[in-house]
Design a protein around this ligand. Structure first.
Ligand SMILES: *[C@@H]1O[C@H](CO)[C@@H](O)[C@H](O)[C@H]1NC(C)=O
Ligand SMILES: *[C@@H]1O[C@H](CO)[C@@H](O)[C@H](O)[C@H]1NC(C)=O
Ligand SMILES: *[C@@H]1O[C@H](CO)[C@@H](O)[C@H](O)[C@H]1NC(C)=O
Ligand SMILES: *[C@@H]1O[C@H](CO)[C@@H](O)[C@H](O)[C@H]1NC(C)=O
Ligand SMILES: *[C@@H]1O[C@H](CO)[C@@H](O)[C@H](O)[C@H]1NC(C)=O
Length: 385
């Protein structure tokens, strides 16, 4: 492979920040009392329930996503916002597609199909799929009630550093992404294999449930020794690690038990560090799997609930970005007997756990096989992240 595509991806990653790097004004940390009575979702922090689509895994990968064609205009709008213009766009469109063949099956074929069906150039769809690996911030909680019933909930925060709109105090990318949020029911033989909250046009997964077996969310792990080294190596041709959201998708699709999921998530070599938050289907099955590229540290249930943001649980969170302390405080106030999707929604609706990057909130109940998700907003006063 020539240097064209490599350069394209490097540039594109850097470009994401140089496109719109107006830095947000400093806003003092804004923390509120733990919310209650937020569920069922209503009011200004709730922008609507997420629409369901079906993806048929019996179809060839290139044909799977055509059900979401109604979303295509939004995918186009997003591509316009994502992708830098001018010369750089030429490189993305011309050279980046060469990297597609280095992605594993079925992801390469699905991306090809989305591009063909939408008319959005291949390089742009690919770029869109890679960006989530780099810019996702989140809060996830797995908890069990006093009967050992497990629940798993998360906020997905996305768009940090991708353009702050000073006038209406919002993140451009976060605004663009809200209309793209979809719930997907992945089926084989007309039966649900797993369900996920995702973005139209995106083939990896960040949030999902394998009904009656396990629930799984992924959070990015910012790390000084380089989330990016593995991605650079991949661009430069060393390709033995797996993209994190592709692993999440594979596990949701093909693992059939908590133990199998745990084993795959802790042992597969990755391109960058990540957190996997895994809940099982019986009491005591909850783990935060903290991954480096090569191995793992498991932090499983101690106090019957486990929480993670984007910092290692044994370190102090960055003071400017501390969603953990407020989330923990609210989890502590919710006694174990009261843990339910309703109370988890309250925790995830408390600022700054809810912030201007928050795109959606998902609630999962493994034994009911239920996943529900809601588009979120955080009107002022609210922390930018
Ligand atoms: C923010 O401003 C942009 C354009 O300036 C507009 O398209 C968008 O709808 C605005 N967002 C909100 C939440 O008002
Ligand atoms: C799935 O359902 C559709 C219509 O509901 C039916 O036409 C099709 O034959 C079914 N496929 C399988 C594999 O059962
Ligand atoms: C799941 O396993 C099947 C059968 O081995 C394989 O064809 C498919 O590509 C796998 N799915 C993912 C997402 O890796
Ligand atoms: C939990 O998952 C295992 C593995 O998939 C399954 O055998 C078992 O029946 C499940 N238990 C419940 C209570 O759903
Ligand atoms: C929550 O409770 C745990 C265990 O009792 C305690 O260690 C922790 O400091 C509490 N955190 C907050 C923020 O209240």
């Amino acid at each position: 492979m020539g240097s064209g595509p490599r350069r394209a991806l490097l540039l594109a990653l850097v470009a994401a920040c140089s496109v719109g790097c107006a830095r947000p004004q400093f806003v003092p940390p804004y923390t509120e009392e733990c919310r209650s009575g937020m569920y069922p979702p209503k009011g200004p922090t709730f922008k609507g329930a997420v629409t369901w689509y079906t993806v048929n895994l019996d179809l060839p990968p290139a044909k799977r996503w055509t059900d979401l064609l109604g979303m295509i205009q939004v995918v186009r709008d997003l591509a316009n916002a994502f992708v830098p213009s001018g010369k750089l766009l030429d490189i993305v469109d011309r050279d980046l597609p060469l990297l597609l063949d280095t992605l594993p099956f079925p992801f390469n074929e699905e991306i090809r199909g989305i591009s063909a069906a939408s008319g959005v150039p291949l390089g742009e769809v690919l770029l869109f799929n890679i960006f989530y690996e780099v810019f996702t911030a989140c809060t996830s909680v797995v908890a069990e009630d006093s009967n050992g019933h497990l629940f798993h909930a998360r906020n997905l925060d996305f768009g940090l550093f991708m353009g702050w709109d000073v006038r209406n105090k919002s993140w451009l990318m976060t605004e663009k992404l809200r209309p793209l949020v979809v719930n997907v029911d992945f089926q084989r033989n007309n039966k649900t294999v797993f369900k996920s909250t995702s973005f139209a046009g995106y083939v990896g997964m960040l949030t999902g449930i394998h009904p009656h077996a396990f629930t799984l969310t992924m959070n990015e792990r910012f790390s000084l020794d380089g989330g990016y080294i593995g991605i650079m190596e991949w661009i430069l041709g060393k390709r033995d690690g797996m993209w994190m959201s592709f692993l999440t998708r594979s596990v949701l699709e093909n693992a059939t038990s908590y133990e199998e999921a745990k084993q795959k998530l802790s042992q597969t070599k990755l391109l960058a560090p990540a957190y996997f938050i895994l809940g099982g289907n019986q009491t005591g099955q909850g783990c935060v799997i903290t991954r480096s590229r090569f191995c793992c540290s498991l932090h499983c249930f101690e106090s019957r609930w486990s929480l993670t943001t984007n910092y290692d649980h044994w370190k102090e969170p960055l003071f400017l970005d501390d969603r953990r302390t407020p989330a923990m405080k609210c989890m502590n106030q919710t006694t174990r007997a009261n843990i339910s999707p309703k109370t988890l929604y309250d925790v995830l609706s408390t600022k700054p756990v809810l912030n201007k990057l928050t795109t959606y909130t998902t609630l999962m109940d493994v034994s009911e096989g239920r996943l529900e998700s809601y588009i979120r907003d955080c009107p002022d006063p609210c922390m930018p992240w």
